[in-house]
Each structure stands twice: as C-alpha cells, then as structure tokens.
Design a protein around this ligand. Structure first.
Ligand code: NAI
Length: 319
C-alpha cells in the first residue's frame, strides 16, 4: 500500500516522527512538491497527504488510482473538493488540532499591537533605556483591552476560543456567524449582523473559512463602516482581506493597526501592499505550529487514514 506525503516539511521539520504513517504502508516522503511534479510523484499511489500543495481538477483527473487525500491542515481550500468527490476521492481534514494554539496566537498578535513588547525590548538591548532621561519611554501609543469590543467573524472552534480569551481580558464580544450557538450568548457575548459588528468593534478578528462568500470580506466598502482606528487581526486565510484596500486604510489611519499571520500569496512577494503598510505586523503563518499542536495534527492525520482503511471514515469534508 503506497502512501505519498507531498509536502511534509512544515508539519515535521525533524522534531516529530512519521512512524504512525509508516506502520500503515510504504511511505514516500517529500519535504515539498512543485505543482508540475505532483502527477509523477503520486504515480499509482492510492493515498496522498498534502498541506499546501494544490490538488486541482486537472491534476486529480490524471491520478486514476487515488482514493484518499489527507489534508494536513484545517482549511482544505488547496483541494478541489467537488472534483475529488466526482472522481470518488475522499478528502479529509484535521478539524481541531490547532484550536487553542491559534486562539492564543490571536492574542500574541493583538498584544504586540497593544504594547510592541518585542520592539521595546530591542531598544533596551540597544542601549536606549540606559541613555534615557526618564525612568520610562514608549514609541507607540499603548492600548488597554479591558472595556473594548472585539468583533469575531466566524464563531466556530477558534472564534469561540478567542472569544473566551477576549472576555477574560475584560473585552465585550460581538460575533457574526451564519450559524448561531445560543448556548454561548451572555452579557459579554452577542451575535450581531455583520454591519453592526463593523460599526461597534474596536478589534476585528477573522475566523471564518475561505469560501467564495467570505473572500475579500475586509474590503474598502466594509472598512468604511468600521470605527476610526479599528485594529484588524487575521489568522484565518489571506484572501479574506483585499490587501490593497487594507494597506490604503492603514496609510490613511482609518485602520489603526493590523496583524496578520496569513497573506493572499504565501510566501508573499515583497510587492505585497501590506509589507510596506504602516502599523502592520506580518508573521509567516505560524499560528498553528507549536510542537504540541503539530503532534496532535500528525496523530489525527494517521487516524484519518486508519479509519478510512477500516471502512469507517472520519473528518471527510466532501462526503
Ligand atoms: P470552524 O469550522 O470550527 O469555524 C468556522 C466558522 O465560520 C463556523 O462557525 C462557520 O459557521 C463560520 N462561517 C462559515 N461561513 C461564514 C460566513 N460567510 N460568515 C461568517 N462565518 C462563517 O473552523 P475553525 O477550526 O474555527 O478554523 C477557522 C479557520 O482558521 C479555518 O478555516 C482556517 O482557514 C484557519 N486556520 C488557520 C490556522 C493558522 O495557522 N493561521 C490554523 C488553523 C486554522
């Protein structure tokens, strides 16, 4: 039984083990794969794992033996799931491995905007505090979160976790989701329509998946509905934001700050408008990557294939 991992490096750069998968079959392991090499590498294998390697209709069409694609991530927009379904290929994802890590990371980004800990720490190492006339100094407006309102778009697993942390900081949460869970509504957490969220939120955090309907949800028109100085956090998917529009709003000060872990193209070109935009923090898609969550991801990926082989598939996204 042949299993091909097309881009395994980011999941396991060497600090985890592939032995769970190796126990199920003969594994061909590639750190990364160019699109043009997918067909040759998969060959007649029936089982494939991908993280960000695109599996388009025209590629799937050429992989006659393929039965199973295990996406090594939560978001599975890299696979044409409708085409896969048409060709009888099950696509699985890993729904929950990174929930707590990503929610924690939202606040790593937000707190960096509020305090610029890293940059202030660097100025001390460079001697600025030693040279300072005063007992303290700061280079950015410092922001307190308590009493502010966090708008969460996409109140799923990560959104709900981020909301709990926001509440713990003393923030009120307004959430927008197509499906509402009344059990979590409280004095400090309400579902609202999207326009009301835009109007009320001091901080907006994106947690909806990337679909046609959510693509570009942060655009010029919607930014116009937001509070002046609003902060925007994106740990979901880059194309949720029209990057040119956000960069313009950061330049004008309409948006007070943005912190994103994801961009429309990854890795980005240096011409990406957010790279040079003011008050912007960009990190290289690391919200998911603490070792604890990658280990969970690996275990669930193995279990997804195991269950599929036993005839009781789980986490199938194109059933
Ligand atoms: P989830 O499926 O639990 O939650 C997504 C929520 O979005 C659901 O409640 C759904 O009803 C809602 N939704 C769907 N369409 C919507 C719309 N049009 N408007 C508003 N809400 C809508 O997913 P989870 O686990 O919370 O993950 C969310 C996203 O986070 C993933 O799709 C993925 O893109 C991203 N992610 C990013 C990571 C990173 O390393 N930066 C790691 C893991 C996930």
């Amino acid at each position: 039984m042949k299993i091909v991992v097309l881009d395994g490096y980011t999941l396991n750069p060497g600090d985890l083990s592939w032995e769970g998968l190796e126990a199920l079959g003969e594994v061909a392991l590639y750190d990364r794969t160019d699109e043009k090499d997918i067909v040759a590498r998969v060959g007649d294998a029936e089982y494939v794992f991908v993280n960000k390697t695109p599996m388009k209709r025209e590629t799937l069409q050429q992989l006659g033996n393929l039965k199973f694609i295990g996406v090594l991530a939560t978001g599975y927009n890299v696979v044409d799931v409708d085409a896969a379904k048409e060709f009888g290929i099950a696509v699985t994802n890993i729904p929950t491995y990174g929930t707590t890590a990503v929610a924690q990371y939202v606040f790593a980004l937000l707190l960096e905007i509020c305090h610029h800990v890293g940059e202030h720490g660097n100025t001390v190492k460079q001697g600025e505090w030693s040279r300072s006339a005063d007992f303290c100094y700061w280079h950015y407006p410092l922001i307190e979160l308590a009493g502010k309102t966090m708008g969460i778009i996409g109140m799923g697993r990560i959104g709900k976790n981020a909301a709990k942390i926001a509440n713990a900081f003393g923030m009120k949460v307004v959430a927008y989701d197509e499906y509402q869970d009344s059990s979590i509504v409280s004095d400090q957490l309400q579902y609202v329509e999207l326009d009301r969220l835009f109007a009320e939120a001091d901080v907006i955090s994106l947690h909806c998946p990337l679909f046609e309907g959510t693509k570009g949800i942060i655009n010029k028109s919607n930014i116009g509905k937001m509070k002046d100085g609003v902060l925007i956090i994106n740990t979901s998917r880059g194309p949720l934001i029209v990057e040119e529009d956000l960069a313009e709003a950061l330049k004008s000060g309409k948006v007070g700050g943005a912190a994103v872990d994801v961009l429309s193209q990854e890795p980005p070109g240096m011409e990406n408008p957010l790279v040079k935009a003011p008050n912007t923090i960009i990190t290289p898609h690391i919200a998911w990557a603490p070792k604890e969550s990658r280990k969970r991801l690996m275990d669930i990926a193995v279990a997804n294939l195991e269950k599929y082989l036993q005839g009781t598939p789980v986490n199938v996204v194109n059933a």
